[in-house]
Design a protein around this ligand. Structure first.
Ligand code: GMT
Length: 386
């Protein structure tokens, strides 16, 4: 029997899939008996109620008057060191390289190099920020100084190697969904609030940033709507939302599109959908497509980043070249007009989410990485995922 670990987790607590994955991982590790210390600037939004074995340490930033830019990174590094010392942490697991990997490196140095650091790369920390010459070298340093580095798709590993010219091992740890939360919910009553029984529901969930190509979402929907009765549900908020609202109005589709804003119970909302639209320009993984898959909802998306590792085109959705909204719409219509094909895709979605991206499997992979970096001999049993 291996001993439970004391793990510090840092992530962006208030937005994005990386924060969701970090928080859900912390909860699952705590359930397995590990002691988890979140070290973040605010309470991770998916943490919710009190959990046994989970503690939260808030990073407070000094706003002394000489600072034009209050040094959050230094406050975080200090807090990491302080928590590591007081709570006798075995390791820090940081999600999203910038600035967390460097803060963890500083905390490690402050602890006399005893503390181990695991860094998980999530996407734009590499695909966008590592292209910025002012950040590239420091991101490389953060990665090379970590005791283990993981990335959420093969494509992200490839891109990290290419952009940063590094040889160090990067382990693949796909994102996961908790199957106790993500499953098709009974929402037939709620569905009537948005669509007539004969109408199909297409959905897009994101932070409405340019990489999501939300204009393509609207174009795909408009083309589908010309051929069958349909509604579009848009979930989330972000910089491109006003542009999208104007586009929808200009296209005369306002009565067919519903803006749901930010939602907490994503599984409930996803269960309303017949299709998920994810036509992104960049997407290292696409957690939302996995969440949809776990609720039995196929994805129509782009061949970008790690999406093809997640969505099997022709089995759990259809993928097309970035920007090819004609093909995306044609695939959506094909799937929505053929009941037998749709049922087959839905089953494949449920099966794939529960097996390849099962929470027990991925949690065990992370645990194995932790014991490896600590030099503790352990073989973590991977439960059968069905
Ligand atoms: O940079 C972002 O888009 C945010 C980031 C995040 O913090 O959620 O998203 C990335 O990480 C997610 C979780 O691993 C992935 O599911 C997203 O695909 C990835 N985003 C991009 O690559 C654009």
């Amino acid at each position: 029997m291996t001993r439970p670990l004391r793990i510090g987790i840092t992530c962006y607590p208030s937005l994005g899939g990386s924060g969701v994955v970090a928080t859900e991982l912390g909860k699952l590790l705590a359930e397995k008996g590990h002691e988890i210390h979140f070290i973040t600037h605010s309470m991770p939004f998916r943490l919710g109620k009190f959990h046994r074995n989970i503690f939260y340490h808030e990073v407070e930033v000094s706003d002394y008057y000489v600072f034009r830019y209050p040094p959050y990174d230094l406050s975080l590094a200090s807090k990491m060191h302080q928590v590591a010392k007081l709570q006798q942490l075995d390791l820090l697991h940081v999600h999203y390289a910038v600035p967390h990997a460097i803060c963890a490196l500083l905390a490690k140095q402050m602890s006399g190099n005893k503390l181990k650091v695991v860094t998980t790369l999530h996407g734009t920390d590499i695909t966008v920020l590592a292209q910025d010459e002012t950040l590239k070298n420091i991101i490389r340093l953060g990665i090379q100084s970590s005791d283990a580095v993981t990335a959420v798709s093969r494509d992200l590993i490839r891109e990290t190697r290419e952009l940063l010219e590094i040889e160090e091992p990067i382990e693949l740890t796909y994102n996961f969904v908790d199957k106790r939360i993500y499953y098709p919910r009974e929402v037939s009553d709620l569905r009537l609030d948005f669509a007539e029984p004969h109408e199909k529901i297409l959905m897009h969930i994101s932070n409405f940033r340019p990489v999501k190509r939300t204009c393509d979402v609207v174009d795909v929907f408009a083309k589908v709507h010309e051929r069958l009765p349909a509604r579009l549900l848009l979930v989330g908020e972000g910089p491109d939302l006003p542009k999208i609202q104007s586009k929808i109005e200009a296209m005369g589709l306002s009565r067919k599109v519903h803006f749901l804003g930010k939602q907490d119970d994503v599984a409930e909302v996803l269960s309303l959908a017949d299709l998920m639209l994810l036509p992104s320009e960049k997407e290292s993984f696409g957690l939302v497509a996995l969440e949809a898959m776990a609720c039995g909802v196929p994805t129509i998306g782009s061949i970008a980043g790690g999406i093809p590792e997640l969505v099997k085109s022709g089995e759990t959705g259809f993928l097309s070249p970035i920007g090819n909204t004609d093909e995306m719409a044609a695939n959506a219509v094909r799937l929505l007009s053929d009941e037998a094909l749709y049922a087959q895709f839905r089953e494949a979605c449920l099966h794939r989410a529960r097996t390849a991206f099962c929470n027990d499997l991925i949690t065990a992979q992370y645990e194995q990485i932790y014991y490896n970096v600590l030099g503790i001999p352990a073989r973590i049993a991977v439960p059968a995922c069905d």
